[in-house]
Design a protein around this ligand. Structure first.
Ligand code: FMN
Length: 206
């Protein structure tokens, strides 16, 4: 596929059956995880903030498990999003690929892992450059003096106890996927819902 040219999308999506759309959406999510330049490598994660206002931020999608129906990311335990998740596990995940013109608005529930086996597996799979952020003394969003300085180390050991204890791996179990495909021959939209056993699909007005 030609990317970022503004040309008409070459990828077609099946909106006629739940399984067809599920397969198409899942293959896009898998491609997004696998390729750092892919638009679906990033997702906006929306939480409910302390005063009820929606909060959103981009994260890198670190894993997609079609069997568990989960997308995963990692974050600093000190970051406000982790407190948001602690108060309310419900997330909206938003992804868009301008090349295929597919938007995915996903309702999910978050399970954060810290200091457990899953967190450790995530920690050791993390790129050395990603680990450095977990060594920073400043909490994400903390107010700093204008002259605050931190010189990041060139690398952070896998055994660094502080950095490792701040690392949280978050699995987001998908409940519904609202798929919107902007298509020159007619926009298409459908809601995929996990029933507990299979995926059900309902077409929606775009
Ligand atoms: C391209 C990009 C990728 C990012 N990836 C992550 C990530 O994987 N995990 C993360 O916690 N924050 C990531 N961030 C930073 C978040 O967007 C956010 O600024 C930070 O985590 C603080 O969020 P919070 O204050 O809402 O908790 C990324 C930001 C950008 C711009």
């Amino acid at each position: 596929m030609v990317r970022h040219t503004g040309e008409a999308p070459t990828q077609a999506f099946r909106f006629d059956t739940a399984d067809g759309l599920r397969d198409d959406v899942f293959s896009q999510l898998a491609a997004g995880v696998a390729t750092s330049k892919h638009p679906l490598h990033l997702m906006a994660v929306a939480t409910s903030g302390t005063d009820g206002r929606a909060e959103a931020r981009y994260v890198v999608v670190r894993a997609f498990d079609p069997t568990a129906r989960s997308l995963s990311f990692h974050a600093d335990a000190r970051s406000p999003k982790i407190a948001d998740i602690g108060r309310d596990e419900r997330l909206t995940l938003l992804l868009y690929d301008p090349d295929t013109r597919l938007q995915l608005r996903i309702a999910a529930r978050a399970t954060p892992h810290r200091d457990d086996e899953r967190a450790f597996a995530g920690w050791i799979s993390t790129a050395p450059t990603s680990r450095i952020g977990y060594a920073q003394p400043f909490a994400p969003g903390e107010a700093l003096d204008a002259n605050a300085v931190w010189n990041p180390p060139s690398e952070v050991s896998l055994d660094d106890p502080e950095a490792r204890s701040r690392f949280v791996w978050i699995d987001c179990e998908i409940d519904t996927i609202d798929a919107l495909w902007l298509n020159s021959t007619g926009n298409l939209r459908a809601l995929l819902t996990w029933t507990g056993e299979s995926w059900a699909m309902r077409r929606l007005g775009p």
